[in-house]
Design a protein. Structure first.
Length: 296
């Protein structure tokens, strides 16, 4: 029975891959006609927090700058923002917008976060009692004094959906440094459903290589600006489902760590946002030129 089920899924996947809906070879003219820009979080879901700013605020600012820059430099390409104001969309809604607008690239802007660090700066004596009645005694113990320390984790990274890593999901969850809120995983379908399995196979066969290709270009551009890069990473859990649900190459860009004091300042600065936007735009333009040929 399992073999029959697997055969059916394979046939369906092959059919979809060769159908006009998924066949890019059937397209005439430019293959990159529409680019979707998604500003992560928003509205009731602020995402990661720094000392004075939020992920939702930064992602919208960077996404708007990227929208303006791409419209200027790719005038014949359609640019679609999933949000232009401080509103919330579930991952399902984001994917629906991208697919409904017939996107050819999905660029998701995020800001990373790392858990708080505490260090011991000293000890204090704390009294405690043992025994009862006449035998009751007052004793003292040394209790550590903790203060919040600056989080050293920093750098950019770009995620792609790892459709072939289902067996590593549990291990990845245990080792993941990215902390998504519950709102980011609402309405995510069962990854073992037939539909999700077919979608994952389509991703593996059709979109994965191009997503990695674009992600690598983005991280290389960040490096040229002097930014530390953690590279292109694969993930298929928590908050990444939207990458698989979009019928196009897709990347999720972690522009930096808001929990790092210096990076939070950079992410909020005029120069920092211009630099990041320029790097992302350069990568997208180069990718489009490689796929479509020189811009006319």
């Amino acid at each position: 029975m399992r073999a029959v089920h697997s055969l059916i899924l394979s046939v369906l996947a092959s059919f979809l891959l060769t159908s006009p809906l998924f066949s890019q070879t059937a397209k005439k003219g430019p293959r990159i006609k529409t680019i979707i820009i998604d500003a992560g979080h928003g509205g009731k879901e602020v995402g990661a927090r720094g000392d004075y700013s939020t992920e939702a605020q930064i992602t919208l600012e960077v996404a708007q700058r990227l929208d303006t820059l791409l419209r200027q430099e790719l005038p014949t390409t359609r640019i679609v923002m999933t949000r232009n104001t401080d509103i919330y969309h579930s991952p399902t809604e984001k994917a629906n917008i991208a697919n409904r607008e017939n996107g050819d690239l999905f660029i998701c802007i995020h800001v990373n976060a790392a858990p708080d660090r505490k260090v011991v700066v000293g000890h204090k004596k704390v009294a405690y009692y043992v025994g009862k009645g006449k035998k009751r005694k007052k004793l003292y113990k040394n209790q550590p004094i903790y203060v919040k320390a600056e989080n050293p984790v920093h750098g950019s990274s770009t995620y792609v959906f790892a459709a072939d890593r289902g067996d590593e999901k549990a291990e990845g969850l245990a080792n993941d440094n990215r902390f998504e809120s519950e709102a980011e995983v609402i309405d995510v379908p069962d990854p073992q459903s037939p539909e999700a399995i077919i979608k994952a196979r389509l991703w593996t066969q059709k979109f994965f290589k191009n997503s990695v290709r674009l992600g690598t270009m983005i991280e290389n551009e960040f490096v040229t600006t002097g930014r530390p890069s953690l590279g292109v990473l694969q993930r298929n859990w928590k908050g990444i489902w939207v990458l698989q649900a979009t019928n196009m190459p897709a990347v999720l860009i972690e522009t930096g760590y808001i929990t790092n004091k210096n990076e939070e300042a950079y992410l909020n600065s005029e120069n920092g946002q211009k630099e990041m936007t320029r790097a992302i735009a350069n990568a997208i333009i180069t990718y489009k030129q490689q796929v479509d040929g020189p811009i006319q």
